[in-house]
Design a protein around this ligand. Structure first.
Ligand code: MEV
Length: 335
């Protein structure tokens, strides 16, 4: 029986987090931490979903094809919600008429590098191939973005979904209003994982509250972030990494005024700058997960050591500097 495996990369937000939720552009690069989805028809009226890296028990989630007729049913488990949402969204447009087994595979550790959106995208791509639906990238993006929104209560700009679908480095506007692939350059980055998981939705809510209390002030910050994104896009195209790093510092200082950069982020960011990085900032919603530094090759070893030390002092985390390539390729069929 035919088995299809699709894989999709994770993401690293470079510039523009939070402001992107309010219609401003952002820059994101795909990270080569790949999430897989394997699908196989099973000749029944049931869909069996296994997400071994996410589930807490040995159970496999089974849903009937008929339950797909009712998209308002709650998701069966948290561990399978993104796969279920992807299957439902696809079913609304393309009737499968046959059950299948789906298994996901990916890094068991969550670094905040976009595992949920990558799994959603890989699921849609695998089913596209299995049922010969011939979806193009835009259709995969639209289906995956709707699926992600349905799990995340309508929250999220979709930049992570775009990174998973298109790969490379992107200039992106919410909902995929603009998705521009930037030149395939060697981004001189170091990614540091703080060892502390952050709740994206609670930080989105925090910034929303700030904006409710200070609408004009926060919108001015967003406007300035948008200006930095345009500038950084240009520096990326020109390969001016020194300025790119300095712009990262400015973007970081705005995120600090939003009060989303606690010591677990602040320490490695300051340590990286102290060790000679051109710039360093948090990546994503804030509160934890990842930061990155922009470095020239001469300073790389010193900056890596400084990030490692700053993070390990707090968390005893063994893996602080993550060794994943950026500018990774987008969703693809593996077999
Ligand atoms: C989270 O990684 C980045 C945010 O801008 C949310 C989003 O864009 O979906 C805070």
């Amino acid at each position: 029986m035919m088995t299809v495996t699709a894989s999709a990369p994770g993401k690293l937000m470079l510039f523009g987090e939070h402001a992107v939720v309010y219609g401003k552009p952002c820059l994101v690069t795909a990270v080569d931490i790949r999430y897989m989805c394997t699908a196989q028809r099973n000749g029944t009226d049931f869909i069996n979903i296994d997400t071994p890296e996410l589930r807490t028990s040995k159970e496999i989630t089974t849903i009937s094809m008929s339950s797909l007729e009712n998209p308002s049913l709650p998701f069966r488990t948290q561990a399978t919600a993104f796969v279920e949402a992807a299957v439902r969204g696809l079913y609304e447009k393309h009737d499968f008429r046959e059950g299948f087994d789906i298994t996901t595979e990916g890094a068991p550790k969550q670094y905040g590098l976009g595992s949920s959106s990558a799994i959603t995208v890989a699921t849609i791509a695998a089913l596209d191939e299995l049922f010969s639906l011939n979806l193009n990238k835009r259709e995969i993006f639209d289906l995956a973005y709707s699926a992600v929104l349905s799990v995340q209560n309508g929250k999220g700009s979709g930049f992570d979904v775009a990174a998973a679908v298109y790969g490379g480095s992107l200039y992106y506007v919410i909902g995929g209003k603009e998705i521009e692939t930037l030149p395939d350059v060697d981004l001189p980055l170091i990614i540091g994982y703080t060892g502390e998981k952050a709740s994206t939705t609670s930080y989105i809510r925090h910034v929303a509250e700030l904006r409710e209390n200070h609408p004009k002030r926060i919108d001015r910050f967003f406007d300035f972030i948008a200006y930095l994104v345009e500038d950084a896009r240009e520096m990326l195209i020109q390969g001016d990494w020194k300025t790119f790093g300095e712009l990262a510092n400015v973007n970081q200082s705005i995120l600090e005024t939003f009060d989303i950069s606690p010591p677990q982020l602040q320490n490695p960011i300051l340590a990286a700058r102290g060790a000679g990085a051109w710039g360093a900032k948090l990546s994503g919603a804030g509160g934890g997960d990842c930061m990155f530094a922009v470095v020239d090759e001469d300073h790389r070893p010193k900056v890596e050591a400084a990030i490692n030390e700053a993070i390990q002092q707090r968390t005893l985390e063994e893996v602080a500097v993550l060794d994943f390539a950026v500018n990774a390729s987008g969703v693809r069929i593996e077999s």
